[in-house]
Ligand binder design. Structure first.
Ligand code: SF4
Ligand code: SF4
Length: 325
């Protein structure tokens, strides 16, 4: 019979075999200490039009309620980094994560594969896979599972691997050892008992580089000022105060990740679905300008860009061109 530590090691190896870049484990518990901070954040209005962040606060703070008998959070990170050609100034720019297949489907499928494997190889378990699909503090659980720290740009930073990652979790009613055999696995599976302290140090590159002042040295970011929020989540007109603050970004923004020294040598993705679509890379402004709904579907079907829809992309384009009011 396998020990908890051996089971944990096997799950970890399987996660990496499936293409995940890192995997860690944390005990399910209520995040009571986050409640006042989160409440204050919500009360400050920083959620903007993201009403879903305010709903289900109790579930968000207590993931044990999402899966009966849940004992462990398996936190998974998958790199989406593929090298892309240098951006041509003037052409509309999409955040890296939006250049390929929608990660929700891809990561969910991989997570389900891992869960099925656990059921077959380890024994019957009750579990659920999540990827940006339920009220879960994904980055906080990744931090607790020892994958990395939360940088001043708000991203999870994994040492020697960078921050271009999608996150997923499996909540499982299985007690897993939070320590692994000493077999070198620790390089990609750090443990909740050794959550990493921030290694941002005195660096402020992301804060200085952010064109809209969304980041702060000593406080949480303000999503309402973030280009990612304004071009994707914000459904009303983009406020006039942001006119001229950025150029080119039409869906999301990567500036605060691109300038981060921890992304000098980012871990490349091994997941083929995350390879950027050539039709989106280097797309010309005229293509967007003249695009009808059918053209939008042809280019962006199955990608995260569907979230804004055709009208959203046209709105963002018009804003860049100075025509949105
Ligand atoms: S994504 Fe862009 S706008 Fe948002 S915080 Fe980072 S640099 Fe600023
Ligand atoms: S740019 Fe500097 S401050 Fe910002 S997340 Fe990276 S290391 Fe931290």
């Amino acid at each position: 019979m396998l020990s908890e530590t051996e089971i944990t090691g096997k799950i970890h190896r399987k996660a990496l075999d499936l293409g995940f870049s890192a995997c860690g484990f944390a005990s399910v518990e209520e995040l009571t200490e986050l409640r006042p901070e989160f409440q204050e954040w919500v009360d400050s209005g920083r959620a903007g039009e993201m009403g879903y962040l305010e709903r289900n606060m109790d579930l968000r703070l207590d993931p044990g309620k999402l899966v009966k008998g849940a004992k462990t959070v398996i936190s998974l990170a998958a790199s989406y980094y593929y090298p892309i050609p240098q951006h041509i100034p003037g052409s509309p720019r999409f955040s890296r994560y939006a250049l390929s297949e929608d990660y929700h489907k891809v990561l969910k499928a991989l997570g389900h594969e891992l869960l099925s494997w656990i059921n077959t190889e380890i024994g019957p378990v009750r579990g659920r896979v999540f990827t940006d699909s339920a009220p879960i503090f994904e980055r906080e659980w990744a931090r607790r599972a020892g994958l990395g720290w939360l940088g001043k740009n708000g991203c999870l930073i994994i040492p020697k691997k960078g921050s271009y990652f999608f996150l997923a979790e499996i909540l499982i009613d299985l007690d897993l050892s939070l320590s692994l055999p000493s077999s070198g696995l620790l390089s990609s599976c750090l443990l909740s008992s050794s959550s990493l302290p921030s290694s941002c140090g005195t660096c402020t590159r992301c804060i200085v580089a952010c064109p809209t002042g969304a980041l702060a040295v000593d406080g949480p970011m303000d999503p309402r000022k973030c280009i990612s929020y304004l071009t994707i989540e914000h459904k009303s007109a983009i406020p006039a105060e942001f006119e001229g603050k950025w150029s080119d970004w039409i869906f999301g923004c990567d500036i605060c990740q691109d300038v981060c020294p921890w992304n000098k040598k980012p871990l490349h993705s091994v997941i083929p679905e995350f390879e950027p679509r050539t039709g989106i890379l280097g797309i010309a402004a005229e293509t967007i300008e003249n695009m009808d709904e059918a053209g939008f579907i042809q280019l962006f079907d199955g990608t995260p860009v569907e979230r804004t829809g055709w009208t959203g992309i046209l709105r963002n384009f018009a804003f860049l061109s100075g025509g949105a009011k």
